[in-house]
Write a protein that binds this ligand. Sequence first.
Ligand SMILES: *Cc1c(COP(=O)(O)O)cnc(C)c1O
Length: 405
Amino acid sequence: MTVSGARGSPAWAAEELAGPELGVARASRAQAVVDLGAIRENVRRLRAVTGVDVMAVVKADGYGHGLLPAARAAVRGGASWLGVAFVEEALALRMAGIDVPILCLLAAPGERFAEAIAADVDLAVSAEWALSEVCRAATTAGRTARIHLEVDTGLSRGGATPAEWPDLLAATAQARAAGLVEVVGIWSHLVHGDNPEHADTTVQVERFDEALAVAERFGIRPAVRHLANSGGALLAPRTRYDLVRPGIAVYGLSPAPALVSAGELGLRPAMHLRAQVALVKELPAGEGISYGHRYRTLRPTRVALIPLGYADGIPRQATNVAPVWFPAVGRRTISGTVCMDQFVVDVGPDAPVAAGDDVVIFGPGDDGEPTADEWASAVGTISYEIVSRIGARVPRVYRDDDTAG
Ligand SMILES: *Cc1c(COP(=O)(O)O)cnc(C)c1O
């Protein structure tokens, strides 16, 4: 019986794991090991490269890495702002004692704006309904709301269209005169974060500058103008303005994998998804594997059962295409249909793989294991979806052994 780690001590060996959240650690059927030092260094890198303030985006549980640990590591790396999608995420950060400025990027009617204002959380406003609700909430909270007006420069998602912009500004100027709001920022969002030198970016920058000029005519001159996500921040300097809003790069993944790798950008992937082999068995040639027999053995072989499935965020589209890595044999491809809780890998005849061995789904790539970018490419999606969908059933384990404090 092979003991995990007996073939050398991989970086993620259990004894090296440390940190306050380690309490969850059962023997480790499956874990997402999150390297907080990597998050910190990635933010430091973003600050150095852009030369402007960094709002680390930690929405969606820190892209699956854990809201609070990711936020704290980003702040330690020099993020002077945090960005979230929704009010609840911002309130969780405040309740944990995080006191940097926080911006909620998205809202729907009925949002807990009064609580957000009372907790000193900045709110994005892209329509007059939101402005009215924020003003009512400011009255309830008994303090001025800090808002960032969003203008749509071409994404056609959030934000006021150029046609709606003057009316939103006029209403905002009135609310400001009444002491209900302070306009801290004006912002927009890029269409081509994965290719920011696209010609559309030029149009967006022009429309953004025009929107700022129109705001100025209403006497609105915000402290922070912001447009860039990770791709803009790293690859399109003219989109940086006063503040950049990187998300994926904070977690060490490339915003533009078709153009440039994470390593080339000086980023280090922070998440290492690993599991324990649950079972190994011998199968004869011609045997079908998993639901629908979408894989068939070509020769007598050994197969390993991995206790992670689509309920844990392993895409079902990974069936027969996505790579995993075994310390003893290197890379293998998933064999047959990914199930809800498990999948099977044909590791090959005589492969020295046993129940209890480690298997790496993705990681930084140091030992030859696949990266989340490779997984994304194998299953036809983006790395954002790979990491942010790792399920609640997979414990996050934090390590922070980076030497740079
Ligand atoms: C998610 C998000 C970001 C971060 O984008 P990345 O591509 O992950 O850097 C920035 N701004 C807004 C408005 C977002 O929704």
